[in-house]
Design a protein around this ligand. Structure first.
Ligand code: ATP
Ligand code: MG
Length: 475
């Protein structure tokens, strides 16, 4: 293990003395440590690099990837697939309520199917069933589906199918609002297309423009990135979008916020007339309507969100005073069965301060926010994803799209400012229909915001019981 991973070395426990037990706060947290076998249930699907010998490392699966079997229907190609270990954890109807389609029903290229199966996707999720066949026809799509239910696959699969690897031009572009999400999405594209000869390029701010310019002299079929950098490269004439007939906007409502919309509108001017728009998010406020009417042609509208919050995520609040928050968090750490957690604060400053406190309390912790240099951000993201650390403190930078299957607990150390932000934050746990837990530390000043969030999302955030039954969120 590389000990340089954390900026803060885990403390020795002496820091705990600074936060004396306060009986009032105790009642907000659960009691009773679960046994090791429960921890095992949070094992990750994919084998992670490194040996999990440190108590701070998360549990990893030890089973070997099985090799798929063949049958007599000309399916021998399946015999050579290297499948990841099957995921045997409980899944909610958010992902299991499908029509029963198979990926093979969509007549995808065999080499794409291979990538899909080797990624561990056995059957399409509900949003994939709705989106893939329509996107393959070239129609515009405006799709809304819950967090963690497979929207990435819902657009990547048809985009990869429609790209012609023999034509060396940019044929598709996937726009996302954050650099980390761009890296994650490009990685998914690369994995799904590993048997296709498709060149995927990721480009975001915070990296060398020169390197991007050089890279664009090589073949690129699919560009994944944040709007600002892509616009920069396009205006310089290095990035040529005249043959880019597919534009995906992931987290579309965020891309249409004041922060991104001007670059986005400018970028759209460089696209050909016969372009296809594919827009996805779990939240579509009214702002999206104007854009839809301006740019989309008879879009196929998918809305799989009759209910907004995830079935598998239990939401609690602990009513605390600001000065009790760290103590309350400490108690949560000692009582909850955390495989990996994401802890949200509302400012960069508070992220740094809290990360320092958590480390002083003796828990392993990384932090990430947008004011850090990109190399550092990348390292933290990569290592947290690989399970090098149990807890990550962050700003809203990690609120949208970030997919880390091992995260089972989300803590709002600061209550989010909007209900959209609440929904996306909480959706970092309970990925792909799994069970998760969200705990909100709520102060007197937050009480109306929490009430409003409950109203807007049609959900109930319950007071945290003093003795939570682990079974409700640890399966
Ligand atoms: N068909 C499938 N079978 C199994 N796992 C899948 C399938 N589709 C997606 N997944 C997995 O589900 C997880 C969540 O997928 P994804 O990140 O695409 O969700 P999302 O809908 O984009 O969520 P968010 O709204 O948070 O961005 C990922 O780990 C992904 O690999
Ligand atoms: Mg997503």
């Amino acid at each position: 293990m590389n000990n340089n991973r954390g900026r803060y070395q885990p403390g020795t426990g002496t820091g705990r003395g600074a936060y004396q037990q306060q009986p009032q706060a105790q009642q907000h947290v659960q009691r009773g440590q679960p046994q090791n076998h429960q921890q095992q249930q949070w094992s990750r699907r994919a084998q992670l690099p490194g040996n999990a010998t440190n108590a701070n490392e998360i549990q990893t699966s030890s089973s070997q990837p099985p090799v798929a079997s063949s049958d007599s229907n000309g399916q021998d190609w399946k015999a050579s697939l290297r499948l990841p270990p099957p995921d045997t954890r409980y899944q909610t109807a958010d992902v299991t309520a499908t029509k029963g389609n198979e990926f093979e029903d969509y007549f995808l290229k065999r080499d794409l199917l291979k990538g899909i199966y080797e990624k561990g996707f056995e059957k399409p999720s509900p949003i994939q069933e709705e989106s893939i066949p329509i996107a393959l026809t070239g129609s515009d799509i405006l799709a809304r589906a819950k967090n963690g239910t497979g929207k990435t696959g819902a657009f990547c699969i048809p985009v990869l199918e429609r790209i012609d690897p023999n034509t060396n031009v940019i044929q598709a572009m996937i726009l996302v609002p954050t650099r980390e999400l761009a890296l994650q999405t490009s990685q998914v594209c690369k994995e799904l297309s590993k048997y296709l000869n498709i060149h995927v390029m990721v480009t975001t701010g915070g990296t060398s423009l020169r390197d991007d310019i050089m890279r664009l002299h090589q073949p690129v079929h699919l560009l994944v990135g944040t709007p600002g950098r892509i616009l920069d490269l396009t205006k310089k004439g290095v990035c040529v979008l005249k043959d880019c007939t597919m534009l995906v906007m992931d987290e579309a409502d965020k891309l249409l916020s004041a922060e991104f919309q001007p670059s986005l509108e400018e970028l759209i001017q460089f696209l050909p007339q016969n372009r296809q728009f594919l827009m996805y998010s779990a939240t579509f406020p009214v702002t999206v309507k104007a854009f839809k009417e301006r740019h989309l042609r008879k879009p196929y509208v998918i809305n799989l969100m009759d209910q907004l919050t995830l079935m598998g995520v239990t939401q609690y609040y602990a009513f605390v005073e600001e000065r009790q928050k760290v103590h309350c968090l400490n108690t949560l750490f000692s009582k909850l069965q955390i495989n990996q957690s994401i802890i949200f604060c509302n400012s960069v400053n508070r992220v740094e301060l809290l990360a320092k406190k958590i480390t002083e309390l003796g828990y392993s912790c990384f932090y990430i926010h947008a004011k850090m240099v990109q190399d550092h951000r990348n390292r933290v993201f990569h290592e947290f994803r690989n399970g090098a650390c149990r807890n990550l403190v962050c700003t809203d930078l990690f609120t949208r799209g970030i997919d880390i299957q091992a995260v089972n607990v989300v803590i709002n150390f600061d209550f989010p400012r909007t209900s959209e932000s609440y929904l996306h934050r909480v959706g970092r746990s309970g990925r792909f229909g799994h069970l998760g837990l969200a705990v909100n530390l709520v102060t007197y000043e937050d009480r109306f915001k929490m009430y409003q969030t409950e109203q807007e999302l049609g959900t109930e955030i319950k007071p945290i019981p003093s003795n939570i039954d682990q079974a409700i969120y640890c399966q």
